[in-house]
Design a protein around this ligand. Structure first.
Ligand SMILES: [Zn+2]
Length: 145
């Protein structure tokens, strides 16, 4: 597998405002893409990344927190509980720090790297990262809050 650090698209690049397309199937191409997304997050000391941030308008996200790595295609929030406020940054908007109100707990349904439908239950920071990355797939950014 070719390890690759992707270039991060920066605001106001129009790709960041696109509604991303559904991923029809998780193939070896997507698996390699997920791997390189993780590689890219680590290179830039991030904790999450969405495909449009590297110029690909498809519904793919990766979260990389202390709770481990989560890779999802077509992520959808199916359950929420509670509220939280926290200051967030974004690799695509260098220097921006915005207080964003989000749900404290979320359940996210999507396809994992094996193409299997899974449900991820998350709270706190991981829940926040997932909500942030899912926003990216809809063209929504922290500066919209
Ligand atoms: Zn972001």
């Amino acid at each position: 597998m070719n390890k690759k650090i992707f270039q991060i698209k920066k605001y106001p690049n129009s790709i960041l405002r696109k509604k991303c397309k559904i991923v029809e199937a998780v193939t070896t191409k997507e698996v390699e893409f997920f791997e390189n997304m993780v590689f890219t997050i680590r290179a830039f000391n991030g904790i999450g990344l969405a495909a449009p941030q590297i110029g690909i308008p498809r519904q793919l996200i990766v979260a990389d927190t202390r709770e481990g790595v989560i890779k999802l295609a077509n992520p959808q929030i199916i359950e929420v509980k509670g509220n939280d406020k926290m200051v967030e940054g974004c690799l695509s908007i260098p220097g921006a720090e915005v207080e964003v109100k989000r749900r404290h707990k979320v359940t996210v349904k999507g396809l994992n790297e094996k193409g299997k439908t899974i449900e991820v239950k998350a709270k706190g920071l991981l829940a926040r990262v997932l909500q942030h990355e899912i926003d990216h797939l809809k063209g929504k950014l922290i500066i919209d809050y």
